[in-house]
Write a protein that binds this ligand. Structure first.
Ligand code: AKG
Length: 301
């Protein structure tokens, strides 16, 4: 099977594609975890959460998608088989309100992950109040980006936890990152300084488009060209499984593989940082304002 991202076929030679390093055996050694985060920009923790608890939340999400008529009625909702022609990518509304929110929150903001971040950060951690839920129908995945352009108004020590709510073999299109890209000087001093919620007051552009990036915050719509230009390998897992957690920093380039299966890929991304640091206003409060509206700042470009 060919795998692709952004519709571009990936080179699967070992110079271009590798597998994520499993850090679960280092969980008790916080110095080692910090070293790996510095070195790799990520920590891949297979089986960190209880699979059964993840499956219960999956089941709730699938029930909602089924009620909305988005699934193939010939298959059980838990399989999340997309109805033909479905276009779907993002369902944060499901994650951020009942009935799913309390169950999801107790899993992704529960003691396992919060204690992990307290220890990892060496100080009390807090999470953003907003949770991103991806419900990616068959088709193109997420284009390459760094999270800092969406959540860089507070602490620089924000970490993302990407959590699959279903088993995600390659063809279902899991997360893919660019090895070592968190240290790329060109990106750190250029793209990573930008904020998706800014506009140019003096021209019809945004600071992102003005510098050749995408308005959406993506670096490019051509992930393979970007990888070739920067010279990094793509890293992913042969199969992400329910219970796995992939944590990465906000400067690491990542996106996802295209979904070449008939099912909807379900996953959340949630964010954690030191509680004492300033926090991005867009993602906190009982109803986080998120993107757009009053969050847009005008700049001279
Ligand atoms: O799941 C995806 O397709 C993208 C996830 C992502 O961009 C993130 O976790 O920051």
């Amino acid at each position: 099977m060919d795998i692709s991202s952004g519709g571009q076929k990936l080179d699967t030679s070992s110079q271009a594609l590798g597998w994520l390093r499993d850090s679960s055996s280092a969980l008790s050694d916080v110095q080692e975890l910090r070293w790996r985060m510095d070195e790799d920009g990520y920590l891949y923790l297979p089986g960190f959460l209880n699979r059964k608890n993840v499956q219960e939340v999956r089941s709730q999400i699938c029930q909602i998608l089924a009620k909305e008529g988005l699934l193939d009625p010939a298959r059980p909702p838990i399989d999340a088989m997309a109805k033909p022609g479905l276009k779907l990518h993002f369902r944060a509304d499901i994650a951020n309100r009942p009935p799913v929110k309390p169950h999801l929150d107790s899993l992704i903001y529960g003691p396992e992950l919060m204690n992990f971040f307290d220890r990892f950060l060496g100080q009390p951690a807090r999470h953003f109040d907003y949770t991103w839920l991806r419900a990616v129908a068959p088709g193109i995945g997420t284009y390459p980006h760094c999270d800092v352009v969406y959540m860089g108004r507070g602490s620089a020590q924000v970490y993302t936890a990407w959590i699959p709510f279903g088993d995600v073999p390659l063809e279902v299109g899991g997360l893919v990152l660019m090895e070592g890209s968190h240290r790329n000087e060109e990106l750190r001093s250029g793209y990573c300084q930008l904020d998706v919620d800014t506009a140019c007051a003096n021209k019809s552009a945004t600071p992102l488009t003005d510098r050749g990036f995408e308005k959406s915050g993506a670096i490019t719509l051509k992930p393979v060209d970007l990888r070739e230009r920067l010279g990094y390998r793509f890293l992913t897992a042969e199969e992400f499984q329910m219970g796995d957690v992939l944590i990465f920093n906000i400067f690491l380039v990542h996106g996802s593989l295209d979904n070449q299966s008939p099912q909807i890929r379900l996953s959340t991304d949630s964010r954690y940082q030191p509680a004492a640091d300033s926090i991005d206003e867009r993602w906190i409060g009982p109803q986080p304002p998120a993107h757009g509206g009053t969050m847009i700042k005008d700049l001279i470009c």
